[in-house]
Design a protein around this ligand. Structure first.
Ligand code: ATP
Ligand code: MG
Length: 175
């Protein structure tokens, strides 16, 4: 089975107030297409740091990350942004929804931003609604971000992560 993610000797060090915090020390793992992986550990152990680093959202201190065979450290900022927009789906711990857009517009935003997404504006809207329906939150499509429950907002974030049909493990989920 093809590997979707290959992480080799990944290190991440934060330096705050001249103190060095070696959060990730030589992390090695790979994820196959079709595989589901859970990362577990105590609060502050580096789970979010790992995800930010392997997605290219934050720089790594050392090591290599191959996503779909591409070395993400060799991509230009624009190439990396396009890879994240078109091929990755990311659900943040803090949800980062835009307050001046409705829930549905937040979900569709990555589709509107993507040059690789060839759906028409109407089709993007329909896909956003279809995702919302499948997650049981279609009734909050036109709500503001502050007019929904925490769980509804989390599901909306999942919809947003899937809007551009990212590379993922199981292919029949919400087509
Ligand atoms: N931007 C940052 N600058 C400096 N230190 C940071 C930064 N982000 C996280 N850290 C530190 O790195 C360590 C790992 O944090 P991280 O957020 O990855 O933990 P986590 O495992 O996701 O925790 P939680 O389960 O609470 O979400 C912690 O000690 C944290 O204080
Ligand atoms: Mg975290």
């Amino acid at each position: 089975m093809a590997k979707i993610l290959e992480v080799t000797d990944l290190c991440k060090t934060y330096i705050t107030n001249k103190r060095q915090n070696n959060v990730l020390r030589n992390v090695n793992f790979s994820v196959d297409e079709g595989e589901m992986v859970a990362v577990m550990g105590p609060s502050g152990s580096g789970k979010s740091t790992l995800l930010y680093t392997v997605s290219g959202m934050d720089s790594m201190t050392a090591g290599t990350v191959l996503f779909g065979g591409k070395d993400i450290s060799k991509l230009s900022p624009n190439e990396l942004a396009a890879l994240r927009l078109d091929e990755m789906g990311f659900i943040f711990q803090q949800m980062y929804m835009l307050k001046n857009l409705s829930v549905l517009d937040n979900i569709i935003l990555p589709a509107r931003q993507s040059k690789a997404n060839t759906l028409s504006a109407k089709e993007k809207l329909e896909r956003g609604k279809e995702l919302m329906r499948s997650f049981g939150i279609i009734e909050i499509a036109d709500n503001d971000i502050n007019e929904v429950s925490g769980g509804q907002l989390q599901r909306a974030c999942i919809c947003r992560s899937m809007i551009n049909d990212p590379k993922r493990s199981q292919d029949d989920f919400c087509r």
